[in-house]
Write a protein that binds this ligand. Structure first.
Ligand code: R5P
Length: 301
């Protein structure tokens, strides 16, 4: 019998769905963690069955609609400690979107480098971390900040497959230098042209993209790909510039669709014909499913 248990949290529909799906694909049992909030805001967690001697996979999306990231992190930590306390052999955090990775340096004096703090905390609380396309900009790999085993899965092939199937003769655009990693890989898989632009970010809400005038986008279909969309400002700048250069259809495709402050609607208004993401974060644009990839990786463990 499998030693693996797939745990979902009752407070998150996304967590429950993911747990059920992964449990089915990996042929492992589900253990629902009953997550309750006391009137004063304190959290109370309870596993619904025994985890003694098991390898527990905690399906904990960190960005959810009704709870903030910090609370979701806290619940993952509480659940891990409880599982250990109940005799679990190993506790693995499955966070399809890894929050805090963009805070990878002290941008202003006296500021916290939150990615390091998160990694430090997680390394103490879990035995392993599985995630998708973490934002690696100033770090080359997760092992620079984590001391536990980390598994970095990539949705690039799924994005490429979606673009190839749904958009005719696309040009792939990456909005900034960081995006070259995934933009080039995706274009290579599709067998189509690619260009990477230059971005300057002034604040979280203000970015300027430098598009090259020599870029011939006249009457072309453009697929802008990025690892994540948060406020959507990055994508919106590229959409506007691509349209100015005559692009006929502009599509936006990303791995992690955070879509904060009505980013999805704003991108559509700016002229995006379609906005698509994977389901590492639950949202209405999540048409690309990562479950199979995740399950395959868990089966191999
Ligand atoms: C950062 O460089 C990332 O790759 C994204 O381009 C960025 O996080 C998107 O943020 P926003 O949607 O707020 O512009």
């Amino acid at each position: 019998m499998s030693n693996k248990v797939i745990a979902g949290f009752s407070d998150s529909r996304h967590s429950i769905l993911l747990a059920k799906n992964i449990a089915k694909l990996t042929k492992s049992p589900v253990n629902l963690i009953l997550a309750k909030k006391f009137p004063d805001g304190e959290t109370n967690l309870r596993f619904s069955s025994d985890v003694k001697g098991k390898t527990v996979y905690l399906m904990r999306p960190l960005k959810t609609a009704d709870e903030d990231i910090n609370n979701n992190m806290m619940k993952a930590i509480f659940a891990a400690q409880t599982a250990k306390d109940l005799g679990a052999a190993r506790v693995i955090l499955v966070a399809p979107y890894l929050a805090y990775m963009r805070q990878d340096k002290r941008f202003r004096p006296y500021e916290a480098i939150s990615s390091r703090i998160m990694a430090n905390l997680f390394s103490r609380c879990f035995d392993e971390l599985i995630t998708f396309d973490p934002h690696l900009h100033r770090y080359r790999s997760l092992s620079e900040i984590f001391t536990i085993k980390t598994k970095r899965l990539s949705a690039d092939a799924l994005l490429a497959e979606y673009i190839k199937k749904n958009y005719k003769n696309p040009i792939i655009l990456g909005p900034d230098e960081e995006s070259y990693q995934w933009a080039r890989d995706i274009a290579k898989m599709i067998g189509c042209p690619v260009d990477v632009l230059k971005k300057h970010r002034y604040t979280a809400e203000s970015v300027k993209i430098k598009i090259k005038d020599r870029l011939n986008l006249k009457n072309k279909s453009v697929a802008i790909v990025d690892d994540m969309v948060s406020t959507g400002h990055t994508m919106i700048e590229v959409i506007k510039d691509a349209k100015k250069l005559g692009a006929r259809k502009v599509y936006c495709v990303c791995v992690h669709g955070l879509f904060v402050e009505n980013a999805y609607e704003k991108m559509k208004r700016a002229g995006a014909r379609e906005v698509v993401s994977t389901n590492t974060i639950a949202n209405n644009a999540a048409k690309i499913d990562i479950s199979k990839l995740l399950a395959e990786s868990i089966i191999k463990e």
